[in-house]
Design a protein around this ligand. Structure first.
Ligand code: AOF
Ligand code: ZN
Length: 370
C-alpha cells in the first residue's frame, strides 16, 4: 500500500477532476510475493489506476492481490467500472486504503467485489490516503477544493518592502519547493494586487516539469487585470481564469477573453470583493480539487478569517527587513495560524530558510462527510 500511495502521488496535479489513485498488484508465486502490476491514474484522469496495473499484470493478475488507494469504481462513466475489471481479471483479494465518497460509487465498488467472491479489506494506511486524496475528497464532500496557502515572511514578520515588487524574502531552495507545490496542485490562486505588483508568471520552472504548470487563477473583483501582464500574454499556453464580479466591464471581459483568458463571474461581498467561498465553489465546479494560493497580505487575511484555508506553507527567510517592511497577519503569522486552529505538521530547513507546514485538523475531519 505504501508503494501504491507513492505511485498515486506521481500524478498529483495531473488528473483533476479525478483523484490521483495508485494501484499495485502482487502475486504470491510459490511462496514468494512478487509485484506483477503497478498503475496510477493517467493524465486527464483516465485510464484509472487499476486498469493500468491490470494491463501490466496480464494473466498474472489471476489469484493475485490488488492494493488500491481508493475504492475501485463501480459506475460506468467514461470507461467501464474498475471493480468489473478486477473481477474479470480473476483477482482474489482487494486491499483498499480509502472508500470513495463519489455518489456513483460510495460502497458499491466494495459490494460488487464481495458479491463476486473477492476478499475485500478496507482501511490500510487510510490516514495517509485521506491526505493524499484530500483535494478529491474535499471537492466531492465539501463541494470546494482543498485550499493550500503559501506566504514568505522575514524573521521580523514582514513580507516585502513597499514599492519593491517581488521582494526575495527566501532563497533558491524555497523557490524550487514552491514550484514543486505548484506542480502538484490543480490551480494556482493569486489576488489581483499580486499581479499588479509582481507581474508573476506562476508557472513551474523546474527542469523536466515545465509542462506541469496548472491553471492560474486571479481574483479580480473590479476588472483591474491589465492586458499587458505576463499572465494574460501567456494565457494561450497555460490557462488563466479570472474570477470576477458584475463590476468587471463587459468590454474588459471581452478583451481578456480574446487573449485566451476565461472569465468566471461570482457574487460580490457587501464590500464589493469577490466572495471567496463562491470563487472556490466555482473552481470546484470546473473540476479543481486542490488550489495553491500564493497570498499577499490581503488575500491571506481574508481567507483565514473566512476559515477557508486548509493547509498553510509558511516560509521564513533568514534576513530581517526592518521597520520599512510590509506587515502581514499582524507580523505574527504563527500566532494567527495557531489561533485559527492550525497545528504544525512539518518543519524543515531549506538552506538559510525554514519551511513550516500547518494543517487544520478540522479540515481533514470534514473530508469524511457527515
Ligand atoms: C478508480 N480508480 O484511478 C480513479 C477513480 O469519469 P470517470 O469514469 O473517470 O469516473 C470518475 C470517478 O471515478 C471519480 O469521481 C472517482 O470516484 C473515481 N476515480 N476510481 O477506481 C482511479 N481515478
Ligand atoms: Zn475506476
Amino acid at each position: 500500500m505504501d508503494l501504491a500511495l507513492r505511485l498515486g502521488r506521481r500524478c498529483a496535479g495531473l488528473t483533476a477532476e479525478n483523484p490521483a489513485v495508485g494501484c499495485v498488484i502482487a502475486h504470491n508465486i510459490s511462496g514468494r510475493v512478487e509485484i506483477v502490476g503497478r498503475g496510477w491514474t493517467q493524465e486527464g484522469g483516465r485510464p484509472h489506476a487499476e486498469r493500468v496495473a491490470l494491463a501490466e499484470a496480464g494473466p498474472l493478475a489471476r489469484e493475485a492481490t490488488a492494493y488500491v488507494t481508493l475504492e475501485p469504481c463501480s459506475h460506468t462513466g467514461k470507461s467501464s467500472p474498475c471493480a468489473d475489471a478486477l473481477i474479470e481479471a480473476g483477482i482474489a483479494r482487494v486491499v483498499c486504503a480509502h472508500p470513495d465518497p463519489d455518489r456513483r460509487v460510495a460502497g458499491r465498488g466494495f459490494e460488487k467485489l464481495r458479491s463476486a467472491g473477492i476478499a475485500v479489506d478496507v482501511g490500510l494506511m487510510q490516514e495517509r490516503a485521506h491526505r493524499d486524496l484530500g483535494g478529491f475528497l474535499s471537492r466531492t464532500v465539501r463541494y470546494r477544493p482543498w485550499l493550500q496557502a503559501k506566504m514568505a515572511f522575514s524573521p521580523d514578520g514582514m513580507i516585502g518592502i513597499e514599492g519593491q515588487g517581488n521582494y526575495p524574502v527566501t532563497g533558491a531552495l524555497a523557490k524550487s519547493r514552491t514550484y514543486a507545490l505548484r506542480a502538484q496542485a490543480d490551480a494556482i490562486l493569486v489576488g489581483c494586487d499580486t499581479v499588479l505588483i509582481d507581474n508573476p508568471a506562476l508557472t513551474v520552472r523546474l527542469p523536466g516539469l515545465e509542462a506541469r504548470s496548472p491553471v492560474r487563477v486571479v481574483l479580480d473583483s473590479k476588472g483591474r487585470m491589465p492586458l499587458e501582464t505576463i499572465l494574460v500574454q501567456t494565457a494561450e499556453n497555460t490557462p488563466v481564469w479570472i474570477v470576477t464580479t458584475e463590476q468587471m466591464p463587459r468590454d474588459k471581459a471581452n478583451a481578456l477573453k480574446e487573449k485566451g483568458c476565461d472569465i468566471l463571474r461570482v457574487d460580490a461581498t457587501p464590500e464589493g470583493h469577490v466572495n471567496l467561498k463562491l470563487a472556490l465553489e466555482a473552481m470546484a465546479e470546473r473540476g479543481i480539487n486542490t488550489v495553491f494560493a500564493e497570498c499577499g497580505a490581503k488575500l491571506a487575511d481574508e481567507m483565514l478569517k473566512a476559515g477557508l484555508v486548509d493547509e498553510f506553507f509558511l516560509y521564513q527567510g533568514a534576513e530581517q527587513i526592518g521597520p520599512n517592511g510590509l506587515v502581514a497577519l499582524d507580523g505574527s503569522p504563527e500566532k494567527a495560524l495557531f489561533s485559527a486552529g492550525f497545528i504544525l505538521e512539518e518543519n524543515c530547513n531549506m538552506g538559510q530558510d525554514k519551511l513550516k507546514r500547518f494543517v487544520r485538523p478540522q479540515s481533514l475531519d470534514a473530508l469524511y462527510g457527515d
